[in-house]
Ligand binder design. Sequence first.
Ligand code: CTP
Ligand code: CA
Length: 232
Amino acid sequence: LNETLLRSLPAPLRILITAGPTHEPIDPIRFISNHSSGQQGYTLAKAFHDLGQQVILVSGPTALHPPPQVEVIDVETALEMHEACMEVLPVDIAIMAAAVSDWRVQFVPDQKMKKSQHQGPLQLTLIQNPDILAEIAQHSQYRPKLVIGFAAETENIEDNALQKLKKKKCDWIIANDVSASTGIMGGEENQLQVFTTHSKEGWSQKKWPRMKKQLLASYLAQSILEYYNNLL
Ligand code: CTP
Ligand code: CA
């Protein structure tokens, strides 16, 4: 643990972390979602809390217990997650670890849909959800000093990560290779590649050693605080 680093932080930083999937309703009893467990965001929230920081965790539905003493705002949908995040601003650091559903159903009926009313294939119109990361990174009033996004990719990691970095205008993209051959999805270990724009060459890339997810969260939290400190 880097004691010098922690002493050099003036006060606990306010850190917004999003985690988990979102649920997008189809009708009052059905939804669309994805496979996110929320583990990434929850372990990071705990790691920052253990380092004495003030964490606000905006979480979609997960089966995880929130880390004790961390402020949690529970949400269901991407729109709710978006609204909750905007209300939490301003923060010093924003870390978007949630797997936000990219689309939501345009018209959600008030009552359960019945098969008898929908003969044949059912067609749903999906519209795009707001990009929370991009919006926070380009916020005119409350742009946090450090905005970090994640990218789980199955191919062309470098190209995809750099594209996200540029398009969303965040400071870091933490990418991991979730293609089946790595065994990372659902496994105990992870390997990260951190892409950042703050460098002389326009961007830089660091590949971290593969390690246990818990340990990774703790190193990551320290490394983020260190980086933040050097921005001051
Ligand atoms: N993100 C977000 N709001 C969204 C979609 C994504 O805040 N509506 C954030 C995620 O939390 C993550 C980063 O953006 O930190 C990248 O998410 P990802 O799904 O990899 O990228 P997308 O821009 O949605 O592109 P695609 O899914 O098409 O690869
Ligand atoms: Ca997406």
